[in-house]
Write a protein that binds this ligand. Structure first.
Ligand code: G4P
Ligand code: NA
Ligand code: NA
Length: 193
């Protein structure tokens, strides 16, 4: 069991509706020592890839992405979310549907921050259905850049995102994959890696 899995068992809280609360260490308060360990782990899993840029999405992905970026010594770009249709300037835009929030958002990156020379590692905190992630992939491809890999902190293995992304042929590395969890008992079961 890795440090993230141990921390999830210690401080994660299973809520009704298959929601895992990790706001005491991952996506509200952030434990930078844990993030440091996660950054090293992503560095080793993608060591053979010519990564020159990290891409994530606001808000919760940004903290993790910055610490991962220190390991690779590359810049971070975060995609912005907006429901606005008044988009100005030269931007890549992907429309993304959130199952959780039952709404559509635009995911936006300025064209000047992604180009065909870029070899991108995408980082995010959660992977559930993967709609946001697929939006990020479409944006990288629209820029003519290369997706070298995808690093996720917590994948909900019982939702479809992980399977879809792996079936598309991407190297997807999730530090903790939850096979099942139970709000009544608090039990959390991880996939063996
Ligand atoms: P998806 O298709 O992109 O996987 O998204 P989904 O609609 O399933 O999830 C919407 C939001 O809910 C995402 O954050 C995602 O990180 C978060 N989420 C999904 N499952 C869980 C969970 O079990 N626990 C927690 N804490 N979050 C979960 P977001 O709204 O896009 O953004 P932000 O929080 O980064 O601002
Ligand atoms: Na996120
Ligand atoms: Na989130």
């Amino acid at each position: 069991m890795n440090v993230l899995e141990e921390r999830i068992l210690k401080d994660g809280i299973v809520k009704e509706g298959n929601v895992l609360k990790v706001d005491s260490f991952l996506n509200h308060q952030m434990d930078i020592h844990l993030f440091g360990e996660m950054g090293k782990e992503f560095k080793s899993r993608f060591a053979d890839k010519p990564i020159n840029k990290i891409l994530t999405i606001e808000a919760s992905g940004i903290g993790i992405a910055c610490i991962v970026a220190q390991q690779f010594d590359v810049p971070v770009v975060f995609a912005k979310k907006s429901q606005s249709i008044n988009l100005e300037g030269e931007m890549y835009v992907a429309e993304v549907e959130s199952f959780t929030h039952k709404c559509k958002n635009n995911v936006i990156v300025a064209q000047k921050f992604l180009s065909p020379e870029d070899h991108v590692l995408i980082i995010d905190d959660f992977l559930a259905n993967g709609c946001a992630l697929q939006g990020l992939i479409r944006i990288v491809q629209a820029a003519g850049a290369t997706v070298e890999g995808i690093g996720i902190a917590i994948e909900k293995g019982f939702q479809s995102g992980g399977r879809i992304i792996r079936n598309l042929g991407f190297q997807l590395e999730s530090l903790a994959v939850i096979e099942k969890m139970n709000a009544q008992t608090g039990e959390i079961v991880f996939r063996e890696q």
